[in-house]
Design a protein around this ligand. Structure first.
Ligand code: GDP
Length: 308
């Protein structure tokens, strides 16, 4: 049985999960990964968030970048550029093997969950990692009357477009991947990892069955704020919260998650906002939430899993 479910985006989540995997048994944990950021490129199916988590747990992630495989080379993508193809989405040569295997498995009829499980096994990852759904969900950014694919906004345009709205295409009709609802129903605790609330966790919360399952388990659900002292450590979470009408603060994060969580873990730097959060009805835990070393991740995982 699944004791702990973790909802995960990319880099922030992966760093946290590295610690969580040290304190919970892999049999007791299910990681639900975001696939709203997935893309099809050069005929390949790429799942950036699933890969960041998989590479991090496998210990092969490029830690300076937070994504990709360490010591990778880029001959493939450079050759494509020399041949005149668009290459704003960087794919390393070792990383490429992952996308080729995933695409091959999918073309042979495997689901994304099956392909993910197989890849994790090959990478020696014991923890169970599943996409939120096997179906196609694509995050789109609505900006000044144009609709932009997520990776184009994120990587190609470096999040410079003004975000007017975020659309999770396909999410409303998507079925959760097998085992997701069972795990959310049974788990003793559900942890929302420190990830971009709107762009990385939002897609999952938009899938109706996942949404309902988490709302029912609100009392057992905790989120770790990715916003510290009004800022994100990386990425556009603060900007996007503001554009969607939330404060870029722990208050904004808590408000965005208000239907889903009972408890929020905030950084020591935000201690002053504890009373306001409590007034809004949240249980608040203060912790050191910046994860630089593995010990930081383990300590934060202990706080989130309630064993500290
Ligand atoms: P992305 O998809 O790669 O941008 O990654 P995520 O969806 O995981 O979201 C990035 C968010 O994680 C940002 O808002 C960061 O502030 C947050 N984050 C990254 N590292 C840490 C950390 O060590 N601690 C906390 N609390 N948040 C973090």
């Amino acid at each position: 049985v699944t004791v702990t479910v973790a909802l995960a985006g990319g880099v922030g989540a992966a760093k946290f999960l590295r610690g969580l995997c040290k304190i919970v048994s892999s049999h007791d944990l299910l990681i639900i990964g975001n696939t709203g950021d997935d893309l099809e490129l050069y005929g390949l199916h790429i799942s950036p968030d699933l890969d960041i988590v998989m590479y991090t747990l496998a210990g092969v992630v490029d830690e300076t970048k937070g994504w990709g495989i360490k010591d990778d080379t880029f001959h493939f993508i450079d050759s494509l550029r020399n041949l005149g193809f668009e290459t704003w989405f960087r794919i390393g040569d070792r990383d490429l093997a992952t996308h080729i295997i995933r695409t091959k498995l999918l073309s042979e009829g495997a689901t994304l969950a099956e392909a993910t499980a197989k890849l994790c096994k090959r990478f020696g990852v014991e923890a169970k990692l599943t996409p939120m759904t096997n179906e196609k969900v694509r995050t789109k950014i609505l900006s000044d009357n144009i609709i932009i694919d997520f990776q184009e906004y994120f990587v190609k345009n470096k999040t410079e477009n003004e975000v007017k709205d975020v659309i999770f295409q396909g999410a409303e009709n998507a079925e959760p991947a097998p085992g997701v609802i069972e795990a959310l129903t049974q788990a003793e605790r559900i942890i929302i990892c420190p990830s971009n609330p709107i762009l990385s966790i939002g897609p999952m919360l938009t899938i109706p069955k996942i949404r309902e399952a988490i709302i029912k388990r609100k009392a057992e659900t905790v989120a770790i704020s990715p916003i510290i002292a009004g800022k994100t450590l990386k990425g556009p979470a603060d900007k996007v919260l503001r554009s969607m009408g939330y404060e870029a603060s722990v208050i904004g994060v808590a408000r965005y998650y208000r239907e889903f969580i009972n408890r929020i873990i905030i950084d020591r730097a935000d201690s002053a906002q504890k009373p306001e959060l409590e007034k809004l009805g949240f249980e608040v835990t203060i912790a050191d939430t910046v994860m630089k070393r593995i010990e930081d991740s383990v300590n934060l995982a202990k706080v989130a899993a309630g064993s500290s």
